[in-house]
Write a protein that binds this ligand. Structure first.
Ligand SMILES: Cc1cc2nc3c(=O)[nH]c(=O)nc-3n(C[C@H](O)[C@H](O)[C@H](O)COP(=O)(O)OP(=O)(O)OC[C@H]3O[C@@H](n4cnc5c(N)ncnc54)[C@H](O)[C@@H]3O)c2cc1C
Length: 302
């Protein structure tokens, strides 16, 4: 269970207390504030705080004195222009802070994004819960035969059951030993900072993660992408929904230019130009490698 009744009560209490502010607020972000969106079997992502809205982006871009908002249409147009031309600093004026609960192996991928501020739950100070990520049967898949960094068909029957049993048994055995080592009844009890080292990478951790919108978009582009591992992708996809509600114009531009767009190399653009002129271009005449050509075909929908 991602959230206990006590934690839910704390969240409800926080959501029921309001205060006045002169700062810009976003109705979409306010609707998400503090709420836990459950992910995987025990994980969640919550928006804890945010700074700025779509108006803050245009306000910074125009270096204006007031809220900076002209017509909504103009603001959206300016935001699209900024996104299109990689004019990124106005997006850095907005920030979001998330509380994330995630398996350690997902955290290892996530922490590679160095431009965020992170504070993680201390397993030196506190005792970790008996919470391990066990994939749902539909996500228990075989090694991919086409992509070394991916998974293929779903495991079935006896193999699937055996793998699930091993994952559960190993996690429980490791946690039993963790508790046994910590135990101070009739023994000294091993330090928390040492006892944790036998726990597997599917144990859950938590952190607060704060990032500006420019770097958040970079994270989302990489981690909401189909090439990202499913277990981090579900977090990124949920965060995309939150960001879309927080800064709708900026997210729409991001969705169009970054998620929906594609980078074409000089060779690829040359091929497109030749194709438009009616030439039949093949991989052999394109100057591209087989892999590049396959990806180019994918962009063209071929
Ligand atoms: C599908 C996928 C597969 C991956 N596979 C692997 C793998 O097999 N092994 C592995 O180790 N990693 C892997 N990664 C991680 C990847 O290489 C990046 O480390 C990760 O995506 C973070 O990207 P970033 O450095 O651009 O992001 P951030 O750290 O958030 O940085 C954002 C941007 O800031 C700039 N920046 C930040 N810090 C510096 C710096 N110190 N110097 C210069 N510029 C900086 C860069 O422009 C960077 O793009 C994978 C990532 C993905 C999405």
């Amino acid at each position: 269970m991602p959230i206990t009744p006590d934690q839910q009560a704390e969240i409800d209490a926080q959501r029921s207390a309001t205060s006045q502010t002169l700062r810009a607020t976003s109705p979409g972000a306010e609707a998400h504030l503090y709420k836990a969106h459950g992910l995987l079997d025990h994980g969640f992502v919550r928006l804890i705080d945010y700074m700025g809205d779509d108006g803050a982006i245009v306000q910074a871009a125009r270096v204006s004195y007031g809220r900076g908002t002209k017509a909504v249409q103009n603001d959206a147009g300016l935001i699209r222009y900024l996104m299109r031309h990689w004019h990124s600093t106005p997006f850095e004026m907005c920030e979001a802070k998330f509380h994330v609960k995630l398996p350690v192996f997902v955290a290892r991928q996530w922490i590679r994004h160095r431009t965020a501020n992170v504070n993680e739950y201390s397993a030196r100070y506190s005792i970790l819960d008996r919470e391990f990520y066990i994939p749902a049967p539909e996500h228990l898949a075989a090694q991919s035969v086409v992509n070394n960094q991916g998974r293929g068909a779903v495991l079935e029957g006896e193999e699937a059951a055996r793998v699930l049993d091993m994952l559960k048994a190993d996690a429980n055995r490791a946690y039993d030993h963790y508790e046994e080592m910590l135990n101070q009844d009739g023994q000294q009890g091993l330090a928390r900072e040492l006892a944790r080292m036998n726990l597997p990478a599917n144990v859950y951790t938590q952190w607060y993660w704060k990032v500006d919108l420019h770097n958040l978009f970079h994270f989302l582009r990489l981690r909401a992408d189909a090439h990202a591992q499913f277990e981090i992708r579900v977090y990124a996809q949920k965060m995309c929904e939150i960001v879309a509600d927080w800064v709708p114009a900026a997210y729409a531009a991001f969705e169009d230019y970054r998620l929906g767009g594609a980078n074409l190399s000089g060779k690829a653009i040359d091929c497109v130009r030749r194709m438009i002129k009616g030439e039949e271009v093949t991989q052999e005449t394109s100057g591209m490698s087989a892999g590049e050509w396959r990806e180019f075909q994918g962009v063209l929908g071929g």
